[in-house]
Design a protein around this ligand. Structure first.
Ligand code: ARG
Length: 275
């Protein structure tokens, strides 16, 4: 009888070890899918335990992939500075990153409700947003630029007064222009590209948008120029849910390491060529 009990106990232990083994090999499968293709089951689980303490698994990044060079589509893949930085952060944390594309104005709610774990969307840190989400340390700087037709009489922010201004909905361009020039003069579009389209067809007189997408849009569309002014200068950071301070801390540690070892700069340099 005793012997039988021992055998049963041993069998149970075996079973639980097998279960452990299979769960760790499935998490290594996701780690290799995140880019470290050569990592074997054993090295990827080592990578997890030597880095921050994580359970492996998946980090869902929310973004609005209509914002080149930070996030945009290349065929059916979302690429760009934010996608690459997220992947580098995932590698540090031993987690796979998947990307959810949505309207820019849905992102804060998505992270608040846990639909996504973090937002990387060239998102500017603002006091209003900080009431709803936590931001990591900043990883890049953005400037609100003004795009106008080449022959425009608008030469700077002061000239925007009384003109129709196109913006992307819920962005800082939208918020600041509404404050400065009145809501009636501001027309919000779902994407920056739509705002630029409206500029080309004369529905608006200027577009206010972050400098790097502004460059990309002007390059892709003839007859437009960017004014040599900085309407505002802003910090981009990652948004996480207020109650997820564990992820916030891990991301801040990883961001510091990726800044220190030059990874973030080299990702930015890959997409933005210095003038
Ligand atoms: N930096 C601006 C903001 O935070 C615009 C960001 C737009 N990003 C995007 N992926 N569409 O409001």
């Amino acid at each position: 009888m005793k012997k039988l009990a021992l055998l049963v106990a041993a069998a149970l232990m075996c079973a639980s070890m097998v279960a452990c083994g299979s769960s760790s090999s499935s998490s290594s499968g996701s780690a290799s899918a995140s880019g470290s293709a050569s990592a074997s089951a054993s090295t990827s689980s080592e990578a997890v335990s030597s880095g921050e303490e994580t359970t492996g698994g998946t980090l869902i990044m929310g973004t609005n992939a209509a914002f080149p060079p930070y996030e945009y589509y290349e065929n059916d893949q979302i690429v760009g500075i934010d996608a690459d930085i997220a992947k580098a952060l995932g590698d540090k944390l031993g987690m796979e990153v998947t990307i959810e594309d949505m309207d820019f104005n849905s992102l804060i709610t998505a992270v608040q409700t846990g639909k996504v774990d973090m937002v990387l969307a060239g998102m500017t840190v603002t006091p209003d947003r900080e009431e709803n989400v936590n931001f990591t340390d900043s990883y890049a700087t953005g400037i609100q630029s003004i795009i106008v037709p080449e022959d425009s009489e608008i030469t700077g922010p002061d000239d925007l007064e009384g003109h129709k201004i196109g913006v992307q909905e819920s962005t800082t361009g939208h918020i600041f222009c509404s404050d400065d020039y009145g809501e009636d003069n501001v027309i919000a579009y779902t994407t920056g590209a739509n705002a630029v389209e409206a500029l080309k067809t004369g529905k608006v007189d200027a577009v206010v948008i972050d400098n790097e997408p502004a460059k990309a849009f002007v390059e892709a569309n003839e007859g437009l120029k960017i004014l040599d002014t900085e309407y505002t200068v802003e910090d981009y950071a990652i948004a996480v849910a207020k109650d997820n301070t564990e992820l916030l801390d891990k991301l801040n540690t990883a961001i510091a390491e990726l800044k220190e070892d030059g990874t973030i700069q080299s990702i930015i340099d890959k997409y933005i060529t210095a003038e």
